[in-house]
Design a protein around this ligand. Structure first.
Ligand code: GLU
Length: 424
């Protein structure tokens, strides 16, 4: 019997949610007690203070984290989030999910996540650059191409990854593109990386709609979150023939039964940064968007938006989890009881991003670059294989699709730990 002295460090709703998911999955596959706690809890973390000189000459100290959940299956991998609601518990939960996601789709990586408590919309470009560089400077001894490889997440982008790669490279004394993925193409980024998460969400959505025998021409989609993932998923689904009837960001939601003009929405956010006052649809509330009658609901923003309060009211046929952890465990139970909504769980649905990050890392390490069609073809092949394995697991054990995906991911990490020995 293993015993863990659990610290209160990560204690938060979202970390407890990730832990409960693990416990349920571990019970479902009878994971031996001796391996449970060391598979479940994050291996290590770093918290840093980041003093930044502001445009007005004042100094602000931001707080940042990096949590490495597991390094047994390769360097740990996962994005860095810049958001005002970041907590170390949230970062730890996101790091856990990265472990199961990488393992589920067969990438040679462990899981990690980073975060800085800040509102990037309130920072100038130069303040943002200072913050990104200062964060990486503090992480130099904690990350690396064979240790832990960061990437973009909510609130970060290619530009920020480029600055971080530059800071790391300056410290080690040579160009080290493989330390970060999601970089601009000019400095070692991969073709297709920017759109990879959204493209993967759309590809899997199309595959599941095929299984459900729903034609794309009759498919309506509501997308919560219009950042990189939500907007790319919208574009790809529209290119397949689906109609995007609602989009939103934290400033507002917009509904248009004839179809949201996506190009207009994209150029709007490019100039205005946010969707506030967008006139391509009727303004509705975020809650109304989640409860719209539509074929596919795509939560593409933050965790815990589908809760016990709204799960019974959802009117979609398919829930495509583009965000990490959008559905609470209580909501998940309600959806399972209802049985009328298919769920593509986050660790499968949004894995396209980290899959193309893996391709970017491979291209950087081998200094040999692929074209876009090759990237997308390989991405879709991995997603097909992962989907098939999840469906087989679901059928074999009569699990929900989420439980099927999590048990596969967790099992592989636990097996790797066991195979490396030392412990019984
Ligand atoms: N932040 C993304 C995720 O949650 C991508 C991580 C990566 O590419 O390493 O999956």
């Amino acid at each position: 019997m293993s015993k863990v002295i659990v610290s209160s460090l990560y204690n938060s709703d979202v970390f407890r949610m990730a832990c409960r998911q693990f416990d349920k999955a571990a019970d479902a596959i009878n994971l031996p007690e001796t391996i449970r706690d060391r598979t479940k809890y994050p291996r290590r973390c770093l918290a840093v203070a980041l003093p930044i000189k502001r445009e007005d000459g004042s100094i602000t100290v931001f707080e940042g984290y990096r949590v490495q959940h597991n390094l047994s299956t390769g360097p740990s991998k996962g994005g860095i989030r810049f958001h005002q609601s970041v907590t170390i518990g949230e970062v730890a939960a996101l790091a856990m999910w990265m472990s199961w996601k990488c393992s589920l789709v067969g990438l040679p990586y462990g899981g990690a996540k980073g975060g800085v408590i800040c509102d990037p919309n309130q920072l100038s470009q130069s303040e943002l650059e200072h913050l990104a560089r200062r964060y990486m400077q503090e992480m130099v001894n904690f990350v690396g191409p064979h240790v832990d490889v960061p990437a973009p997440d909510v609130g970060t982008n290619e530009k920020i990854m480029g600055w971080m790669m530059d800071t790391y490279s300056n410290h080690v004394g040579h160009l080290s593109p493989a330390v970060v993925t999601g970089k601009p193409i000019a400095i070692g980024g991969s073709q297709g990386r920017r759109e990879a998460t959204g493209a993967g969400v759309a590809y899997l959505t199309r595959k599941y709609l095929e299984d459900m025998k729903i034609p794309l021409s009759k498919t309506t989609v509501a997308i919560q979150g219009f950042g990189n993932v939500g907007s790319e998923a919208a574009l790809a689904l529209a290119s397949y023939g689906a109609k995007i009837i609602a989009i939103s960001d934290y400033t507002g939601a917009y509904y248009n039964p004839k179809g949201i003009p996506l190009k207009k929405a994209l150029s709007y956010v490019q100039y205005q940064r946010v969707l506030r006052d967008f006139d391509g649809g009727e303004p509705i509330t975020n809650e109304e968007l989640l409860e719209l009658k539509c074929t596919v609901l795509v939560p593409a923003a933050l965790e815990r938006v589908i809760t016990e309060k709204n799960a019974a009211q959802l009117k979609c046929r398919l829930l495509a989890e583009a965000a990490n952890g959008p559905t609470t465990n209580a909501a998940d139970r309600i959806l399972e009881e209802r049985g009328d909504i298919e769920v593509i769980p986050d660790v499968l649905c949004n894995a396209g991003g980290v899959i193309v990050s893996y391709f970017e890392w491979l291209q950087n390490l081998s200094n040999f670059y692929w074209d876009r069609s090759e990237v997308l073809e390989k991405l879709f092949a991995i997603l097909d294989k992962a989907k098939d394995s999840v469906e087989a697991q679901k059928r074999k054990f009569k699990f929900s699709r989420r439980l099927a995906a999590l048990t596969l991911g967790i099992q592989r990490v636990a097996e790797a730990k066991q195979s490396r020995g030392l412990f019984p």
